[in-house]
Design a protein around this ligand. Sequence first.
Ligand code: C5P
Length: 259
Amino acid sequence: MTVTPNVPQAGHKPPPATPSTAPKATAIVALDVPNADSALMIVSALGDLCRFYKVGGELFTGAGPSVVRSLTEHGCQVFLDLKLHDIPNTTRGAARSAARIGARILTVHATGGRAMMEAAMEGARQGAAQAGHGGECEVFAVTVLTSLDGERLGEAWGRTGVNVQDEVLRLAEIARRAGVTGIVCGGAEAPAVRVGYGNTLKLLIPGVRLTGSAANDQLRVVTPGEAVAAGASYVIVGRTVTAAPVARDAMRRVLAELG
Ligand code: C5P
């Protein structure tokens, strides 16, 4: 399939961008820890300040699917960030399993292609129906990791002159055609996605830092307020909260910026 970089495809009429009327973004705290005890310590420290958590590769591999159940038993919703990238049949099955154990959001890599993303949507629908919570499992396609800039992306893809925003928009178009819930991108690229796609694609934005926090390995960071202004539906906050001297204070600052 040929996709024109940076331009929504012919025939696609995006609804008008309406970030000002978009609902308030939801903050999701990333539990990038190796075991369930460490995860639940963060959950109990944040208490009522956060009810949505991200389980990624480290925690899921270390603690297993039971950690998702523990979180839901604590009244929390779970974003299972396994960034699936496989053939459609395998991805469909993995998405079905993720949704069945209670994940309310899951991720796939947009570079896995349209058929893979369609399969993920199908699996997520099937799994959510089996989960019994009466809700859905949203599928977000990761465009370009926020730990990459144009130079590093070009190195990985064997190309020169790579522009991150062009690549995000190119992958967003494939994601839109596949019918996924939304995409994961950096806050810097989000306004362009909003202009191109209005509210057709929800935006999940990681690489978020409170002013004064270390960027760590993230190369494309924004503040929580900037992420919301850019049109985020979900804002992922990791170390800016979990590595803060007082996590609850940092979380209150995040929530204040979300408005
Ligand atoms: O600690 P920090 O805020 O950098 O954590 C960011 C979280 O968001 C990590 O759990 C990482 O896996 C996730 N993420 C990301 N970039 C993406 C998708 C997810 O940083 N494109």
